[in-house]
Design a binder for this molecule. Structure first.
Ligand SMILES: [Mg+2]
Ligand SMILES: [Zn+2]
Length: 197
């Protein structure tokens, strides 16, 4: 099992400030997202999507709409030879105080209960916001921030409690880092350089 965990909005699909992707007609893949996913898929990674979708519990869209988006997204990706192992959503809002809303680690724990534990320190979480980086860090993974969504610049991360290990433009660049890292794994000594400072 070689999982890689990805946020959805702002990483795979467009980030819509102050709004949600409520229906498939509003859903758009980010440029370079499909090629990034193809690289990861082609390199044998098990792609897992981990996404907060509080719009459901807020009544902005239904769970049915969310599932419709997911089915169509997965079908589209399949046409590009991309298999997604699993999609996890937290549909709760903060006040619900669930254990799955990012930055809480419930969705990763769910994954572990379903697929077993994995080499967390060698695995990556890719996201576009501080909560993704916090979750990935808390779960013991390496983190990559993509600047294709909510976060627009590396400077924004300076005040974050959890800082990303890597900052890149998009999922395609994140895929390159992940694949290069996995190739280097067998060489023993790990290069911890983040390239951030
Ligand atoms: Mg996001
Ligand atoms: Zn939840």
């Amino acid at each position: 099992m070689k999982p890689v965990f990805l946020d959805r909005d702002g990483v795979i699909s467009i980030f819509t400030p102050n709004d949600y992707l409520k229906t498939w007609s509003e859903f758009q893949f980010l440029p370079d997202a499909i090629s990034g996913l193809q690289k990861l898929s082609g390199a044998g990674f098990n792609i897992v999507i981990v996404s907060n979708q509080a719009g459901v519990s807020k009544g902005i869209f239904s769970e049915h709409d969310l599932n419709d988006i997911t089915e169509k997204m997965l079908a589209k990706l399949k046409k590009h030879s991309i298999n997604i192992l699993k999609v996890y959503y937290c549909i709760h809002k903060t006040e619900d105080n669930c254990n799955c809303r990012k930055p809480k680690t419930g969705m990763i724990e769910k994954f572990i209960s379903e697929y077993g534990d994995f080499e967390r320190s060698e695995s990556f979480f890719v996201g576009d916001s501080d909560i993704d980086i916090e979750l990935g860090s808390k779960a013991g993974m390496k983190t990559i921030l993509v600047l294709s969504g909510k976060t627009k610049s590396a400077e924004e991360t300076e005040s974050w409690n959890y800082r990303p290990d890597f900052i890149v433009k998009n999922l395609k660049e994140a895929a390159d880092i992940i694949i290069n890292h996995s190739k280097g794994e067998n060489h023993g000594k790990e290069n911890q350089g983040s390239g951030l400072e």
